[in-house]
Design a protein around this ligand. Structure first.
Ligand code: FAD
Ligand code: NAD
Length: 466
C-alpha cells in the first residue's frame, strides 16, 4: 500500500493548490480526483469556461453594436457560429486542465483518478478503473460544491438547467428564464442576452447581487436593463414546469400576485451546496453541519485531528481564490508554519461588463455594525480612459473610518475593475488610509485613476476631475 504524508481529495483550485504547496514543503503528496480531468468546478465548469463565453460574447456584441462608432465597418451581417464558440471554450478548458497535470508532474504529486472515500481516519479507498487503498498521515478534503436547487424543481439538464449545462448548450435560447440574480445568473444571463436571447431574471430578494454593496446592485441592474435584460425582483418562485420544449416558471410577486414566465430554457442559479457525497465521512468520524459543510476550526482542521477541509466544502464565500488561500494555509500549518487568512480581504468579483468588484465591508454592513464612516465616490464617465474606450458606466466607491481614515471597504463597477480591486486589497492589507491612496501616483490615463479620485473624495471631499 502506498503511504503519503498528505492525501488531498478533490483537484479543484483548493485541492490542487494545497497539493502543490504540500509538495513544495517537502511532503509526499497524493491527489485524488473522481473525474478524468483535474481542476474541479473552477477549471471545468466554472470560472474558466464562463469567462471564455463572456469574452466571446463580448467580442460579438462589440462587433454588432460598437465597431461602427469606432469607424470600423463590416460588410455584410456579423454572424455567430455558436458551435465554434462552445468548442473554443472547451479548448480553453482543455488547455487549462492539462496545465494542472503538468503542475502535478512537476511537483512529483501522485494523481489518482477515482472516487475517494474514507475507510478510517488514515486510509482512503479509491474506486476508479481499479480499487486501491492508500495510507495518509493527513488528509485534506477539497471536494467542493454542486449546484443547489429548490425542492420543487426537477433539473432535467435539457431545458431546466444549471450553470454546468448552460456552459455547453447546443443552441442559443430564445427566452432564458434565470432563477436567481446572483453571480452565475448575471454572468451567464449576460452571455445569452448578448447572443440574442431574451433573458428574464427572477430574483427572490429586492435587489440583484444581494450580498454586495447596494450601490453596485443598482448600477449593474441599470446597465443590464439598458442591455435588454429583464428583472423581476422580490419574486418568490413556486413552480417550474416543462412541457416539450417549453418551460413555465410560476412566482409570487410583492403584491402577492401569481405571475408566470414562459421560455425555452430555465437556468436555476440559486446557489451551490457543499459536496461530500460518497466520501463516507462517517468511517473517519468527520462531522458536517446541517448545511452539509464540513465543520472546521480556525486552522481548517475538522473534528478529527489529522483531517482538514478547505474551499467550497466548508463555511465562507464559494470562490476559487478563497479555496486556494485555504489550501496554502493548511499545507503551511502541516509544515509547522503560522499562516493567516484575513477573510474580510478576499475580494468578490462579478465578470459581467461592466465588471463588479468589492473588498471589505459594504455600506450596509458598516451601518448595521454602527461604525461611523466617510464616503467617496467617483464616476467612471469622468475619466479620459473611459471615454477613450467607451466604457463610461460605473464608479469607484471608497468607505473609510470617520476617525482614522482607514479604508474599510472598496466597491467598484466598471471596465476592468476585476483587476483594479487588487490595488484596494493591497492597500487594505497594509491598513492604508484613504489619504494614503489619494497621495499615490496613478498612471494617466487609466481606469485606476478612479480609485485615486474616490480616495480624494473620501479623504477631504476634494476630487480633482469632477
Ligand atoms: P471544486 O472546484 O468544486 O473541486 C472539487 C473537486 O473534488 C471536483 O473536481 C470533484 O470532482 C472532486 N471530488 C468531489 N468528491 C470527490 C471524491 N469523493 N473523490 C474524488 N474527487 C472528488 N469562483 C471565482 O473565484 N471566480 C469565478 O469567476 C468563478 N466563476 C464560477 C462560475 C461558475 C459557473 C461556477 C459554477 C463557479 C464559479 N466560481 C468562481 C466558484 C469556483 O468554481 C469555486 O469556488 C471553486 O471551484 C471551489 O474550489 P474547490 O477546490 O473548493 O472545489
Ligand atoms: P449566488 O448566491 O451568487 O446567487 C443566488 C441568487 O439566487 C441570490 O441572489 C438569491 O437571493 C437568489 N435566490 C435564492 N433562492 C431563490 C428563489 N427561491 N427564487 C429566486 N431567487 C432565489 O449563487 P449562484 O449565482 O448560484 O453562484 C453560486 C456560487 O458560485 C456563488 O457562491 C458564487 O460565489 C460562485 N460563483 C462565483 C463567481 C465569481 O466569482 N465571479 C461566478 C459564478 C459563481
Amino acid at each position: 500500500m502506498s503511504k503519503y504524508d498528505v492525501a488531498v481529495i478533490g483537484s479543484g483550485p483548493g485541492g490542487y493548490v494545497a497539493a502543490i504547496r504540500c509538495a513544495q514543503l517537502g511532503m509526499k503528496t497524493a491527489i485524488i480526483e473522481k473525474y478524468n480531468t483535474l481542476g474541479g468546478t473552477c477549471l471545468n465548469v466554472g470560472c474558466i469556461p464562463s469567462k471564455a463565453l463572456l469574452d466571446s460574447s463580448h467580442h460579438y456584441e462589440d462587433a454588432v453594436k460598437h465597431f461602427e462608432e469606432h469607424g470600423i465597418e463590416i460588410p455584410g451581417e456579423v454572424k455567430i457560429n455558436f458551435k465554434k464558440m462552445i468548442e473554443r471554450k472547451q479548448g480553453v478548458v482543455d488547455m487549462t486542465t492539462k496545465g494542472i497535470v503538468f503542475l502535478m508532474d512537476k511537483n512529483k504529486i501522485d494523481v489518482y483518478h477515482g472516487v475517494g472515500s474514507f475507510k478510517d481516519a488514515t486510509h482512503i479507498e479509491i474506486e476508479g478503473e481499479k480499487k486501491e487503498t492508500i495510507e495518509a498521515a493527513h488528509t485534506i478534503i477539497a471536494t467542493g460544491s454542486k449546484p443547489s436547487t429548490l425542492p420543487f424543481i426537477t433539473i432535467d439538464k435539457e431545458r431546466v438547467i444549471t450553470s454546468t449545462e448552460a456552459l455547453s448548450l447546443t443552441e442559443i435560447p430564445k427566452h432564458m428564464i434565470v432563477i436567481g440574480g446572483g453571480v452565475i445568473g448575471l454572468e451567464l444571463g449576460q452571455v445569452y442576452r448578448r447572443l440574442g436571447a431574451e433573458v428574464s431574471v427572477v430574483e427572490y430578494m429586492d435587489r440583484i447581487i444581494p450580498t454586495m454593496d447596494g450601490a453596485q446592485s443598482k448600477e449593474l441592474m441599470k446597465v443590464m436593463k439598458k442591455q435588454g435584460v429583464k428583472f423581476h425582483l422580490s419574486h418568490r418562485v413556486s413552480a417550474v414546469e416543462r412541457k416539450g420544449d417549453e418551460v413555465t416558471v410560476t412566482a409570487t410577486n410583492k403584491k402577492d400576485e401569481e405571475v408566470t414566465f414562459t421560455g425555452d430554457y430555465c437556468l436555476v442559479s440559486v446557489g451551490r451546496r457543499p459536496y461530500t457525497d460518497g466520501l463516507k465521512l462517517e468511517n473517519a468520524g468527520v462531522k458536517a453541519n446541517e448545511r452539509g459543510q464540513i465543520e472546521v476550526n480556525d486552522h481548517l482542521q475538522s473534528n478529527v485531528a489529522n483531517i482538514y477541509a478547505i474551499g467550497d466544502v466548508i463555511r465562507g464565500a464559494m470562490l476559487a481564490h478563497k479555496a486556494e488561500e485555504e489550501g496554502v494555509l493548511v499545507a503551511e500549518i502541516l509544515a509547522g508554519q503560522k499562516p493567516h487568512i484575513d477573510y474580510n480581504l478576499i475580494p468578490g468579483v462579478v465578470y459581467t461588463w461592466p465588471e463588479v468588484a468589492s473588498v471589505g465591508r459594504t455600506e450596509e454592513e458598516l451601518k448595521e455594525a454602527g461604525i461611523s464612516y466617510k464616503y467617496g465616490q467617483f464616476p467612471m464617465r469622468a475619466l479620459g480612459r473611459s471615454r477613450a474606450s467607451g466604457d463610461t458606466d460605473g464608479f469607484v466607491k471608497i468607505l473609510s473610518d470617520a476617525n482614522t481614515d482607514e479604508v474599510l471597504g472598496v466597491h467598484m463597477v466598471g471596465a476592468r475593475v476585476a483587476d483594479l480591486i487588487s490595488e484596494a486589497v493591497t492597500a487594505m492589507e497594509f491598513r492604508a488610509s484613504a489619504e494614503d491612496i489619494a497621495r499615490m501616483s496613478h498612471a494617466h490615463p487609466t481606469y485606476a485613476e478612479a480609485v485615486k479620485e474616490a480616495a480624494l473624495a473620501a479623504t477631504e471631499n476634494r476630487p480633482l476631475h469632477i
